[in-house]
Write a protein that binds this ligand. Structure first.
Ligand code: PMP
Length: 391
């Protein structure tokens, strides 16, 4: 066959992706074994039936044709109103492009700001698709390490060191995989760097409703940042709609205009009946968002209790998102070694920190996505196992 493009064949950057434990766990489940899976960031409680009814009703009413490519006006209006209310930055429907999930928004945002070969910065540890999304958009991904001793809050000086000549900086708060919520100081430091070096800031805020400690601050609300910030949002996490694929990019109208052109030539929009269900979901207000975040809030409190009574595992302060990052360096094992051994010994699957970059080596990420009692038992077992390894 003719050769494939370099862009597609090098998208993941090659090398081991650190997801072997995940695939092994999935194979065990497929073979009928009882595995406690604490791997993937997906709610154990599915999309609210009332949202599905709204989707069905919309489809039956005829919303099955091509929908407006930028997003239907009702959804763009609601997302704009939500951003205005949550951030205090006046946001109009013209500042919003509806996308098939936050993932498409991440890709589109980088296409908008990176020329081929431009350096695009992101912070390590990182959500698995970041470097590939940047490469797919033609950029060169540059990871900046954060540190466990800072609870993975990035240091402005570390970002500034890579900033000269770069096109963009991608951040994520509340953070997957660390559970860190960036404080005002962190974000003000970032604001200075992106302004000093004339960078675009791409702010992934898909976990903005999952904050357990402190408050979510959108950097778009900081002085001077709105004209250089693209916010990535989604209903996946806030409304348990991961499979519906509905998200957005929010930013300056001129950028959104170009992104609408990109959408016309790539996705051609998001199904109308799903967008109408998105409107219904947003109309339920904070109450539904709280309800969907509640299991994670509860399990995080449970985890704090379990982990308080032992020394072998250290919990990185878990401030938000549906994950716990556990420092297991006292065991002497790598995150990957620990995760593999835990899976073999106890049929408990967690993600090695190394799956998310170099900065979280010697850690494991636990997704709080199984029912409370089983979750508590899994954590107790993990701690006992770590203590035995630590000797
Ligand atoms: N950003 C982060 C940090 C995520 O964890 C995810 C999904 N796990 C996404 C973006 C993409 O989510 P979606 O495409 O479902 O909106």
């Amino acid at each position: 066959m003719p050769s494939l493009s370099k862009r597609i064949t090098t998208l993941t950057g090659g090398g081991s992706d650190g997801w072997d434990v995940f695939y092994r766990a999935r194979a065990m489940v497929a073979a009928g074994e009882d595995v406690l899976e604490l791997t993937i960031g997906e709610h154990d409680i599915r999309t609210d039936p009332a949202i599905l009814d709204a989707m069905h009703d919309a489809a039956r009413r005829g919303a099955t044709g091509y929908a407006a490519v930028p997003g239907i006006p009702d959804l763009r209006r609601r997302v704009a109103a939500r951003l205005t209310a949550r951030t205090g930055v006046e946001t109009a429907p013209e500042n919003i492009l509806i996308t098939p999930g936050g993932q498409a928004a991440l890709f589109a945002a980088h296409v908008a700001v990176c020329n081929p070969g431009d350096r695009a910065l992101y912070l390590d540890p990182y959500y698995a698709t970041y470097p590939g999304s940047i490469r797919g958009a033609g950029g060169v991904p540059v990871a900046i390490q954060t540190r466990p001793e800072d609870a993975f809050q990035p240091r402005a000086a570390d970002i500034a060191a890579e900033a000269p000549g770069a096109a963009s900086l991608l951040i994520n708060t509340p953070n997957n995989p660390t559970g860190t919520v960036y404080g005002r100081d962190t974000l003000e430091g970032i604001a200075d760097v992106v302004q000093d070096h004339d960078l675009w800031l791409i702010s992934d805020e898909v976990y903005d409703t999952q904050v357990w400690e402190g408050a979510h601050l959108s950097p778009r609300a900081l002085p001077g940042l709105a004209p250089r910030t693209l916010v990535v949002g989604s209903l996946s996490k806030s409304h348990a709609m991961t499979g519906s694929r509905v998200g957005w990019v929010a930013g300056p109208e001129e950028v959104i205009g170009h992104l609408i052109t990109l959408a016309t030539h790539t996705t051609y929009g998001v199904p109308g009946y799903i967008q109408e269900a998105g409107c219904f979901a947003l109309d339920q207000g904070h109450e539904l968002e709280h309800l969907i975040a509640a299991p994670f809030r509860r399990r995080r409190a449970l985890a704090q209790k379990v982990l308080a009574g032992q020394q072998a595992v250290r919990l990185i302060p878990s401030q938000g998102a549906m994950y716990l990052m556990l420092d297991i360096r006292a065991t002497g094992l790598s995150g990957e070694g620990f995760a593999n051994a835990l899976l073999d010994a106890h049929r408990i699957a967690v993600m090695p920190g190394e799956s998310f970059g170099r900065a979280a080596a010697g850690h494991v990420r636990v997704a709080m996505t199984i029912e409370d009692a089983r979750f508590a038992v899994a954590l107790e077992t993990l701690c006992d196992f770590a203590a035995a390894q630590a000797g």
